[in-house]
Design a protein around this ligand. Structure first.
Ligand SMILES: [Zn+2]
Length: 322
């Protein structure tokens, strides 16, 4: 398991949580705020382990005692994870949580309830949590994992101690992937950048051969774009769209796949830029590559918004091949 002190690039969050234990000022409700894959669940489990650890590690878990090992295997009854049932966390799940929250911890010191994607709580589910928080049992800690704090009802937000999770410095993440996950340097650097500093995403792609095959096809596409002229633009746009489609599947929408493809392409262009800057043999024009990077950033923002994907890809390629 990962201890608070071992979280990659989340010193602020792990210090806040450690400090709370050391000072015996643990709140009843936390809102862990940050994007997907940043480490909210990892931190919630590390915090739960630190709260229930049976050895005397100050402000953190030992990672070795029975309680820590049970949490690692998601087998400690005092730590409960509530995931959305479909698109929403249902009122029944919250009622059940409210019922079980009344029972003291079975083994540990604290009962920890981790609510995943708490942005999906509707009015009814949220009010069930609020009712618990009006008079929380002394042992209860509720941790709400939230991607978009604006989606959290203000009544809930005002009751939570908010802990923010920041994007991890890309170099620091790459280094951690090499040192702790035995990744190769090149793979680590690519994943750190591609995940934009989100350790969960980077780790999930480590050693994933089909992902790297896909990444190589994106790099080939970049090569072709650089060597093409305007006439090839729309053809390249189709190629980009079909490469993006190859990445759709399990919960990955066309839009998020296109975003991934653009991020991988962007990464390739950043490499090209650094090659062109460091090479004096005139390979690649840094000015042109910089403009291409601008165009890619524009396209990615458009895709993140509600822009038509095909149109965005078409316009992008026409800007890239010029
Ligand atoms: Zn322990």
């Amino acid at each position: 398991m990962i201890r608070l002190a071992e979280m990659i690039g989340q010193e602020l969050a792990s210090t806040v949580l450690s400090r709370a234990i050391l000072d015996d000022r643990v709140a009843h409700a936390y809102g862990f705020v940050g994007p997907e894959g940043i480490g909210k669940m990892t931190a919630a489990l590390a915090f739960a382990a630190a709260l229930n650890c049976e050895s005397h590690e100050p402000g953190d878990a030992c990672g070795k005692c029975v309680s820590c090992r049970m949490i690692d295997q998601k087998g400690l009854p005092d730590v409960e994870i509530i995931s959305p049932d479909g698109a929403q966390t249902k009122i029944d799940q919250m009622r059940e949580m409210r019922r079980t929250a009344q029972f003291a911890p079975v083994r540990g010191k604290r009962k920890v309830v981790i609510v995943e994607q708490a942005d999906t709580l509707n009015e009814n589910s949220a009010s069930a949590i609020l009712k618990i928080l009006e008079e929380p049992p002394p042992y209860l800690v509720i941790i709400l994992l939230v991607r978009n704090p604006a989606m959290l009802l203000p009544t809930i937000r005002s009751r939570c101690l908010v802990v923010r999770f920041a994007y991890v410095n890309v170099r620091e993440l790459a280094q951690a992937l090499v040192e702790r996950f035995d990744a190769k340097q090149e793979e680590a650097e690519f994943l750190a950048a591609f995940s934009e500093g989100r350790p969960g995403i980077a780790i999930s792609l480590l050693g994933n051969e089909s992902f790297f095959a896909w990444r190589n096809r994106i790099a080939e596409l970049a090569e072709r774009i650089v060597n093409s002229d305007l006439r090839a633009g729309l053809r390249l746009s189709e190629d980009l769209q079909s490469l993006a489609s190859a990445e759709t599947g399990d919960g990955i929408t066309q839009r998020s796949a296109m975003r991934s493809a653009l991020t991988a392409l962007l990464q390739r262009y950043r490499d090209l830029l650094s090659i062109s800057v460091h090479n004096s043999d005139g390979r690649g024009d840094p000015g042109r590559i910089s403009r291409a990077i601008e165009a890619l950033l524009w396209a990615r923002r458009a895709v993140e918004g509600n822009a038509n994907l095909q149109l965005t890809a078409d316009v992008l390629m026409l800007r890239l091949v010029r």
